[in-house]
Design a binder for this molecule. Structure first.
Ligand code: NAD
Length: 418
């Protein structure tokens, strides 16, 4: 097995696509288009650092497919970003929006930078410059970015403000994941994790497994991972036994006090050295004997190298692309239920879509309304995907891809693209 190839997210996503193309009887022209991003913008952004020196940052926006509507996808800041990762993430966004019946296509953006090494002012200048460069390509009816790894509501506020300055008027609908005071939606911060938990609950019920007191390990303790642990414990009665971040992992089989852990991370910068828990190597979180493993960090963490060591009954992909195509086959063969990213982590984009609706109609929904509508969407999509998977005796990923890719291909045919 060539791990270099396996660790290329875009290649992995294309293999997932190929695995359902025969069932969909995809026309070869349509399939070729589905494997190709529609537009890629790559810009070197000069930013004046606090020292007065100019530093140049490479940035991207990949607009994968807009057959179903304007494109949508996060912007991430990461030192190891690559164009192929962004392509893969943009394709994942395309299938995710289609699977959940959102009138949106898929895109993704990224800047190669280490945000932890930038001052607040440098981060703001970088974020505003990104918008200046991308202005012609983005906007409420073209492509609407949102937060992703190492970007947050504060970054979205700067970006929306810069977009509005250039346009000469306030355009809240240009970005989602904004602060609530600036047209953001209630519940957007925890939406990915909350939506994911609705899907886990449905999966457990479907397998007739007892849901109360399930044990959970969460890889990653950022926006998605910390909310996953917190909501899991406080709303869904789960016992969170392990979590990790980029510095390492901690484990306590009796359960971690997640709210205290959030404070500990705020104070110390990491989850490690949490009183009462044992520090373990970061990788070990993937192989603990738990009911549910939640990868909520980065892509390609479960590969053919470690897939046969996974001991969880369910892997819920709150991160995008955490399982390589090869690893997915190994997990399926071992009887492990994988809740695929495009199904389980869509809460973020679903509530982003709610945010767009609120911006366009100048409305503001309360948190209960957002949660209720999110639950309806997640439960409905879960049922549709699970029914197809059971009827065809295929993995949830293959069923989800079949539904999603079929919808995008259908829209392309109707538009006369091939
Ligand atoms: P974030 O920047 O808030 O958090 C990322 C976390 O991952 C941090 O805690 C970091 O320490 C940790 N991490 C990085 N490398 C790690 C490693 N090797 N091992 C363990 N932990 C590591 O990002 P986020 O918004 O929480 O996104 C996490 C994942 O969820 C990404 O795959 C993202 O694409 C996906 N996702 C995010 C959203 C959203 O709305 N933010 C929606 C859907 C999916």
């Amino acid at each position: 097995m060539n791990l270099m190839v396996e660790s290329n997210l875009f290649e992995s996503v294309k293999k997932n696509l190929c695995s359902c193309s025969a069932d969909l009887a995809l026309d070869e022209n349509i399939e070729a288009l589905l494997k190709t991003p529609r537009r890629e913008v790559s810009v070197a952004i000069p930013v004046r650092m606090d020292t007065g020196k100019i530093q140049v940052f490479q940035s991207f926006r990949v607009q994968y497919n807009d057959a179903l509507g304007p494109m949508k996808g996060g912007i991430r800041y990461h030192p190891d970003e690559t164009i192929d990762t962004i392509r893969g993430l943009a394709a994942i966004m395309t299938w995710k929006c289609a699977l959940h019946d959102l009138p949106l296509g898929g895109a993704k953006g990224g800047v190669i930078c280490n945000p932890k090494a930038l001052s607040e002012r440098e981060l703001e200048r970088l974020s505003r410059s990104y918008v200046q460069e991308m202005f012609p390509y983005i906007g409420p009816d073209r492509d609407i970015p949102a937060p992703d790894v190492y970007t947050d509501a504060r970054v979205m506020a700067w970006m929306m403000d810069e977009y509005s300055r250039i346009a000469g008027k306030t355009i809240f609908g240009s970005f989602t994941g904004k602060p609530v005071l600036l047209g953001g939606s209630e519940g957007r911060g925890e939406a990915t994790a909350l939506g994911g938990w609705y899907a886990i609950r449905e999966a457990m019920h479907r397998r007739e497994r007892d849901f109360s007191g399930i044990t959970v390990a969460v890889q990653g303790f950022g926006n998605v991972g910390a909310h996953a642990a917190l909501l899991g414990q406080e709303l869904f009665g789960a016992r969170v036994v392990a979590v990790s971040d980029s510095r390492g992992a901690i484990y306590n089989p009796d359960g971690l006090a997640v709210r205290d852990l959030v404070e500990h991370k705020k104070k110390t910068g990491s989850v490690i050295r949490f009183p009462g828990a044992t520090n373990i190597p970061g990788e070990e979180i993937l192989t603990l004997p738990v009911d549910v493993l939640i990868p909520a960090a980065l892509e390609n963490t479960i590969t053919s190298r470690n897939a046969d060591q996974v001991r969880a009954a369910v892997v819920a992909e709150f991160a995008n692309g955490p399982t390589s195509h090869e690893a997915d086959e190994i997990l399926f063969g071992s009887g492990i239920t994988v809740l695929p990213d495009i199904l389980v982590n869509a809460g973020g984009v679903i509530v982003s879509h709610f945010e767009m609706i609120q911006n366009f109609t100048m409305d503001h929904w309360d948190r209960n309304k957002v949660a209720r509508k999110l639950e309806g969407k997640m439960v409905g999509s879960f049922k549709t995907v699970s029914d197809l998977a059971e009827n065809n005796n295929v993995s949830l990923r293959k069923a989800a891809y079949t539904l999603a890719v079929g919808r995008v291909a259908g829209a392309m045919r109707l538009r006369g693209w091939a």
